[in-house]
Design a protein around this ligand. Structure first.
Ligand code: ADP
Length: 533
């Protein structure tokens, strides 16, 4: 478990951020959705309540008025004293404008059967109606009551009834009943629709507002009144309703001038979710970046550890041989001149190898700190390669390697190069070819020209490199950690130094390899640029 955690600590860290973040986002999403629906519902309910309040207030006004004003005693009709009604109506008229155009009475008692009398405030007295339209409206509305009175039916209620068939002359009628609950006449009023439209309704609309909406909301609210017969506004309102009791063909609609709370909720939802998502993305990006850096650092530190152990090993082996051969020579145990020369050669090659290794490490340090400098000169690549091969000769001969060197027939064009650096690069390639040859003993070195470049290639028939690894082997400290390579010691710096040197020459190093069949590394240096530089 511990080992598992240690290996996957970065993933665990990532999950530790990802999981709570996802939970938080999901919860926030749900809250926001809930908030959005709830605020939309609340908004709709407020609008509806407001409209209902407006309708109820208007209804209340007319019902109260009609109940008080039309409450005439039955004896006025029975005793034919309808002139008295004038005093009754006069009291109401004096109260100020109430939205009544005309008060009227209509008696079903024999003597003046079915004759309407309207209250004439200027006299004041009850007079026959002067307007034909008003008269017609009264008779049309009175007809059913007349029939009831004719039949002498008993009427259950004294309730007010409304007739709005003529929109200019809307009536409220109150049946007057005798002691036996029979209709003896009607008291009614004709409504002043202008008063309703221009005074009552606007007043009710304004006065109800503060009970339902804040000041800001009031400013944003648009109230539209439609008298059904006239304004055919084909508009979609957030809420609308018809008036109650009278003026039932009037509708009030509500809509918001700019954004309504539903839109606000929606916009808020989008904004909130967007912000959260952006923050989540940035956070995850940051965490991923931090984890990547940490992972790289961990890998690098692992590689450095390997590097130290590999280099120590590489240093120890040649040093041990040098010490043993040196001791032999010092103690005079070997006297045969051929043997002495052979041991001397060993010491020389091993020290060369050590020098190469130390050079690599020093170079790497310089490259890393940006202190590596080059001394460019115009030179022939073939000469540099020949020189390098010479230093390898003894070692190769001893280990039984056969080197084929393929030189061009015509001399190569000179290129602008640092002979030491290129020599070191070629030497690193040769060193690898020897190290990773396995049981194969053939190495092909070729120098040539290729499309504006001079090129040196080193080809072995060794263990090869898998396609995956081919891109990574040029990274510092990287060593292939599977297969045969395990047994071969190295610092993991060789190819990264080759790559750096070649890039400093504006050239390129490529690898062409197949596991088990060998590798071919090629360095190309541009002819014109380097030569002309
Ligand atoms: P080192 O040889 O010191 O390990 P290098 O940077 O020279 O470091 O090489 C990196 C890795 O590339 C080696 O560890 C080895 O796995 C692989 N490699 C390099 N050259 C060859 C080659 N000629 N054949 C097979 N593998 C090679």
């Amino acid at each position: 478990m511990k080992a598992f955690l240690k290996r996957h600590v970065l993933w665990a860290g990532f999950l530790a951020v990802l999981v709570p973040l996802t939970v938080m986002l999901v919860l926030q999403y749900r809250w926001l959705v809930e908030l959005q629906t709830k605020s939309a519902i609340a908004h709709e309910a407020t609008l509806k309540n407001y409209l209902e309040a407006v309708a109820t207030k208007s209804e209340y006004h007319y019902k109260e008025l009609a109940t008080a004003a039309l409450n005439l005693p039955a004896w006025m009709f029975i005793e034919n004293r309808l002139d008295k009604a004038a005093y009754h109506f006069d009291k109401f008229m004096k109260k100020g404008p109430l939205g009544v155009k005309r008060f009227f009475v209509l008696s079903f008692v024999r003597e003046d059967h079915g004759k309407a009398l309207v209250y004439e405030p200027s006299i004041p007295a009850m007079e026959p109606p002067a307007s034909a339209a008003e008269q017609r409206a009264i008779y049309v509305a009175a007809a059913p009551w007349w029939m009831l009175s004719e039949k002498r039916d008993v009427v259950e209620t004294e309730a007010l009834s409304v007739d709005e068939r003529d929109p200019e002359n809307r009536l409220i009628i109150h049946p007057v009943l005798d002691a036996e609950s029979r209709v003896v006449g009607l008291a009614g009023l004709i409504l002043d629709h202008r008063f309703f439209r221009d005074r009552l309704l606007p007043k009710v609309i304004d006065k109800s507002m503060p009970y339902f909406f804040s000041e800001a909301d009031q400013k944003n609210l648009r109230v539209v009144v439609r008298g059904a017969k006239r304004d055919k506004l084909e508009e979609k309102f957030e809420a609308e309703r018809a008036m109650a009791f009278v003026f039932r063909d009037y509708r009030i609609g509500l809509s918001s001038k700019d954004m309504n709370p539903k839109d606000w909720a929606q916009a808020n939802f989008v904004l909130n979710m967007g912000l959260s998502a952006a923050i989540a993305v940035v956070l995850l990006g940051g965490v991923a970046l931090a984890l990547r850096t940490a992972s790289r650092e961990m890998k690098l530190s692992q590689m450095k550890n390997d590097f130290v152990s590999n280099v120590s090993h590489e240093l120890r082996t040649p040093l041990a041989s040098i010490r043993v051969f040196g001791e032999f020579l010092r103690l005079g145990r070997v006297t045969d001149p051929a043997k002495v020369s052979e041991y001397g050669e060993y010491i020389e090659t091993e020290s060369r190898r050590l020098t190469g290794l130390v050079n690599n490490i020093l170079d790497f340090a310089k490259i890393e700190s940006g202190r590596k400098t080059y001394r460019f000169e115009s030179a022939d690549l073939t000469d540099v390669v020949c020189e390098t091969l010479k230093t390898f000769e003894v070692r190769l001969r001893h280990s039984g390697f056969e080197i084929r060197f393929d030189q061009p027939e015509r001399p190569l064009p000179k290129v602008w190069l640092d002979a030491d650096a290129i020599g070191q690069a070629v030497s690193n390639l040769l060193d690898n070819a020897v190290k990773y040859s396995g049981s194969a003993r053939a190495i092909d070195v070729a120098v040539g020209q290729d499309n504006g470049y001079v090129m040196v290639s080193v080809k072995d028939q060794g263990i090869g490199i898998s396609r995956d690894e081919q891109t990574k082997i040029f990274e510092r400290f990287h060593r292939v950690s599977t297969g045969l390579v395990h047994d071969v010691k190295g610092s993991g710096l060789g190819l990264s130094i080759v790559n750096h040197i070649v890039q400093a020459h504006k050239g390129a190093v490529t690898v062409d390899s197949e596991p088990g069949r060998g590798s071919r590394f090629a360095i190309r240096l541009p002819v014109e640029e380097t030569a002309g530089a």
